[in-house]
Design a protein around this ligand. Structure first.
Ligand SMILES: Cc1cc2nc3c(=O)[nH]c(=O)nc-3n(C[C@H](O)[C@H](O)[C@H](O)COP(=O)(O)OP(=O)(O)OC[C@H]3O[C@@H](n4cnc5c(N)ncnc54)[C@H](O)[C@@H]3O)c2cc1C
Length: 397
């Protein structure tokens, strides 16, 4: 029997590959039902993967690109799309190239997937919390009825990262792999800013649409949301790895927001220099610069903090916002850190744990949103399963 621990996308994909190859597979999970984080991802439409060319796709994994390239190339975005279609969930690519199931949610996909696994006679044992190995290397589980010990032929760990712990991936597993784990940190997360009470009360929960965020040499077009504590949303998530590092090393990170990227500075300057005819600054910013109310709020916040009112154009085109902390990991979309990549071999087998493989977000890679997270979870699930099959064949041969 092969044990897969963790019924998220990585573990379920590993189980599918193992079962298709004729393996006897049991999936264990500590939660009462499978795929809770996948269902949560479905609330945002379930961005499964991305349709850009593979080299560009792989570049999104940044420093981990070389490590992940062979894994994702062996189960690339096209394969993820075909797999999703095969479960009766047709996909589409949005204008940004992001790929979603047409129904824009995860529940029908997960239901079909679990049905498929049932047809392959994959066992699903929920409310089984893995608590490490005993002295003889047997897997130990805490269950509602007490404890259980299992000695499988091979094990795949797919225990997830550390974000949204209430959905199951609480990173408690790190205690069972001492010395092999890089501490978890929030990724694809919001950031705290020192908002005034006025900005917070008036604009928390309101979006900044079609803006461009700049940080150093990086720039991202998209949407950001003003929150009670700072900013979140897809554009800010894309910069989150570098913002997190800058805050860690320098205590804060200042981004520039172009609130009207579609208007050239000269055009904007001309509009803003026209006589105001008694209009308030807020009205001028709304009517002449075409800013939304939350964007006006941000400009006024900058003016109250001492920004130069004589150069409104610069403020609209390059509004500085100082970010002082990452949002808590419990609210991050994903996490950075996890089982070190040098702790596993090319088959994703943990070097000092023969027959134990790892997959998914528990491994120490990081990627922005855009479908790169699920794609890597599915691909590492495939790789770990193929690695386990290969290892079992070698062990038997
Ligand atoms: C709000 C939100 C939106 C997201 N949207 C997207 C998106 O649109 N596109 C995208 O690509 N990604 C998205 N993600 C990220 C994506 O959902 C995760 O990267 C992915 O679910 C990770 O898969 P995984 O299988 O590695 O781990 P998980 O899905 O976290 O599954 C790990 C499983 O292991 C179980 N487990 C943990 N410890 C134990 C233990 N000791 N014993 C037994 N079981 C255990 C957990 O209960 C859990 O079921 C989103 C995440 C969030 C939070």
């Amino acid at each position: 029997m092969i044990a897969v621990i963790g019924a998220g996308p990585a573990g379920l994909m590993a189980a599918e590959v193992l079962a298709r190859a004729g393996g006897t597979v049991t999936v264990f999970d500590q939660m009462p039902s499978a795929g809770r984080k996948l269902l949560m991802a479905g609330r945002g439409g379930l961005n499964l993967t991305h349709s850009e060319p593979l080299p560009r796709f792989l570049s999104r994994y940044g420093a981990h690109q070389d490590w992940i390239a062979p894994v994702v190339s062996a189960f690339p975005p096209d394969a993820a799309v075909a797999w999703c279609n095969g479960l009766g969930q047709p996909t589409f690519a949005g204008s940004s190239g992001r790929v979603f199931p047409r129904v824009m949610k995860a529940s029908p996909l997960l239901r079909a997937w679990l049905r498929r696994l049932e047809e392959f006679v994959v066992g699903l044992r929920m409310r089984h919390r893995w608590t490490g190995w005993d002295a003889s290397g047997v897997l130990c589980f805490a269950t509602p009825d007490g404890t259980e010990r299992i000695a499988p032929d091979a094990t795949i760990l797919a225990l997830g990262g550390a974000s949204w712990p209430r959905l199951g991936s609480n990173a408690a597993w790190t205690a069972y792999l001492p010395g092999l784990v890089t501490p978890f940190q929030p990724a694809n997360c919001g950031f705290a800013a020192d908002w005034s009470a006025h900005l917070r009360d008036r604009f928390a929960g309101q979006p900044l649409k079609r803006v461009v965020l700049r940080f150093g040499a990086d720039q991202v077009a998209g949407e950001a949301m003003i929150t009670a504590n700072g900013l979140e949303g897809s554009a800010i998530y894309s910069l989150s790895a570098r913002l997190r590092e800058a805050i860690q090393s320098q205590g804060s990170a200042t981004i520039q927001i172009d609130l009207r990227p579609d208007i050239a500075p000269e055009v904007l300057a001309k509009r803003l220099s026209e006589p105001r005819r008694g209009q308030s600054l807020s009205n001028v910013l709304r009517k002449s610069a075409g800013l939304s109310l939350p964007a006006v709020g941000l400009v006024q916040e900058a003016l109250h903090s001492g920004a130069d009112a004589a150069n409104l154009t610069a403020l609209v085109k390059s509004l500085p916002v100082r970010l002082v902390a990452s949002a808590p990991i419990a609210r991050a979309i994903s996490s950075a850190g996890g089982l070190r990549l040098d702790a596993v071999d090319r088959r994703l087998m943990i070097r000092d744990r023969p027959g134990v493989f790892a997959a998914g977000e528990m491994l120490d890679w990081e990627a922005p949103t855009g479908g790169y997270l699920l794609q890597a979870c599915l691909a590492t699930g495939v790789a770990a399963a193929r690695g386990a099959l290969d290892w079992l064949e070698g062990a038997q041969g």
